[in-house]
Ligand binder design. Structure first.
Ligand code: URA
Length: 259
């Protein structure tokens, strides 16, 4: 294994620049295998060295995948000019250079959002040919009607003439104003526009799964967690929508009922 400089190792895995890392070294805030680092050109084996910054271990992986439970009021942008960014919600020890939200949720939408610095994976998830499953729970203004099931399944046409791919919708057992929707594409404001096309209105929208990855119940709004490799692979699986609705309605409806 090729050895790498400690400052390069850290700068590739955190938000710190090489000059900031030099200062951290002079303050003895960086250790390798329990010993304070003395110089920025120290060489380490990236696969075996245990590197800490301010007492927290730095993960050897160069790519990081974070699942955020997005609260309302944040935009899916990395620019400070668009309003409060979801990136502000990622704790600094989890952040890496080049991270961005891989996908979009509206400012007022809630739920599962993937944040990563792996452009290749983001491309695979977002490319229109992939048809990754996305499941949302919505709170509607008016009661759910069974006719939505066929309308959503049969290439629903939106107000501007755009035609949707087949989508799946089910009333949530607990309330006539809650529904689950499964989409395999991501048009602008798609869920809101689909309900508007059938004469209803979405009051609250929360994404509860991305591929086969289900938002964990313990992850509160604004919280995030690092994903493991097996979770990332799960993104490309297709969940059974009816099973999902049957087993998950209690957990997710509780999030929306008081909103
Ligand atoms: N559809 C919407 O209308 N809004 C979202 O945030 C996501 C899907």
């Amino acid at each position: 294994m090729a050895l790498v400089r400690i400052d390069k190792f850290i700068s590739e895995r955190t938000e710190y620049s090489r000059s900031q890392i030099k200062q951290l070294i002079s303050k003895k805030m960086i250790t390798v295998d329990g010993q304070a680092v003395k110089t920025a050109d120290m060489k380490i084996n990236p696969d075996s060295a245990k590197v800490t910054l301010n007492g927290k271990e730095i993960c050897a992986e160069r790519y990081r995948y974070i699942l955020l439970n997005k609260p309302s009021g944040y935009v899916c942008s990395t620019s400070e000019h668009d309003g409060k960014s979801v990136m502000e919600l990622i704790p600094s020890e989890m952040k890496m250079k080049g991270m961005f939200p891989a996908g979009r949720l509206d400012k007022d939408s809630l739920g599962a959002l993937l944040i990563t610095n792996d452009g290749g994976l983001a491309h695979r998830i977002l490319s229109p040919g992939q048809h990754i499953s996305k499941i949302y729970i919505v709170k509607l203004d008016r009661p759910f009607q069974n006719k939505y099931i066929d309308l959503f399944k049969n290439n629903l046409q939106l107000a501007d003439g755009e035609v949707c791919m087949p989508a799946y919708v089910r009333r949530c057992e607990i309330s006539e104003k809650l529904a689950f929707v499964q989409l395999f594409e991501g048009k602008y404001h798609q869920v809101k526009r689909m309900f508007s096309a059938v004469g209803n209105h979405v009051e609250v929208l929360m994404r509860v799964s991305l591929g086969g990855l289900i938002l964990p119940e313990k992850l509160g709004f604004g919280d995030c967690m690092e994903l493991l490799h097996k979770d990332v692979e799960n993104l490309f699986k297709k969940p059974d929508f009816d099973d999902f609705c049957r087993y998950s309605f209690r957990v997710f409806s509780a999030n929306l009922i008081n909103k």
